[in-house]
Ligand binder design. Structure first.
Ligand SMILES: [Zn+2]
Length: 276
């Protein structure tokens, strides 16, 4: 009897040690990913993003930022609309009524504060591109290393102004970049929406691989139908970047999280909940 029990105990410990019956977490330096609310708005005419489709129809948009906790430090992907928009009583009206009328129900600063993360705790950051709803808070992190494509950095702004403050620490990229050197967070060069647009591949231990779109695509029907907004910098580059993303997704068995897609984002856990 005693011997039988010992055998059962031994067998159990072997099972527990091998983790049989449990999904094994993937080996990755990424520990957590937080989805942050970086704006909410209404697009006046959605056909601005999908020429010829849904003309004159408005659609809800969201603006999303993502905070990643890696074993080597914090990494911020996109900074959203300026936190100053939160203080505007009527929100930020667009110059073109077909574009997005933005509000900011929560500041980025408040969401970081809720997590106990100070701006100076964030070692590295990247923005998908330099439109105002993505770079609004870059200077909240004046000492954080910024990863940006050279083509985006050098793209002249209005009145030939630089896209970023020249004193901001920067690493200018020419293509894909493995941020932590372990393959867990990879910037993907996906030009087209703008000259140096980029997306992000993140490998989470339990959730698995996720591609954060930036504005390589704005909502799911555009992804499904390869719709290209009329005001993109290059239609051809946009289409080949979509193809690149779909190849990365197939290779990495990755999900696609679309930055501005409200229907999809409504299904995601928002900070302070997180993905691991
Ligand atoms: Zn954009």
């Amino acid at each position: 009897m005693y011997r039988a029990l010992r055998l059962v105990a031994a067998a159990l410990s072997v099972l527990l040690l091998s983790g049989a019956g449990q999904a094994q977490p993937a080996k990755t330096g990424v520990e957590r990913l937080y989805v942050l609310n970086c704006g909410e708005g209404v697009a006046g005419d959605i056909s601005r993003w999908s020429p010829g489709v849904n003309e004159g129809k408005s659609m809800d948009f969201v603006d999303t930022c993502y905070l990643i906790k890696h074993a080597q430090g914090w990494f911020l992907w996109d900074t959203g609309l300026s936190d100053a928009v939160a203080a505007m009583p009527n929100g930020l009206a667009p110059a073109d009524p077909k574009a997005v009328y933005w509000h900011r129900p929560k500041t980025l600063a408040a969401q970081l504060d809720q997590l106990g993360v100070a701006p100076s705790d964030i070692q590295a950051m990247a923005v998908s591109h330099t439109h105002p709803d993505h770079i609004g808070n870059v200077e909240m992190f004046p000492t954080t290393m910024l990863y940006v494509q050279k083509a985006e950095y050098e793209w002249p702004g209005a009145n030939n102004e630089p896209r970023f403050k020249p004193t901001h620490p920067v690493t200018k990229l020419e293509g894909d970049h493995d941020v932590f050197g372990d393959g867990s967070v990879t910037i993907l060069s996906t030009p087209g929406h703008t000259p140096g647009h980029q997306s992000l591949l993140v490998k989470l231990p339990h959730t698995g691989a996720v591609v954060l779109s930036g504005d390589a695509v704005h909502f799911k029907s555009n992804w499904d139908n390869r719709g290209v907004p009329s005001n993109n910098f290059s239609k051809e580059q946009t289409l080949s970047s979509m193809q690149k993303i779909s190849e990365v997704m197939a290779k990495e068995n990755a999900q696609l999280w679309i930055n501005h897609d409200k229907a999809q984002r409504d299904t995601l856990k928002m900070s302070p909940e997180f993905y691991d």
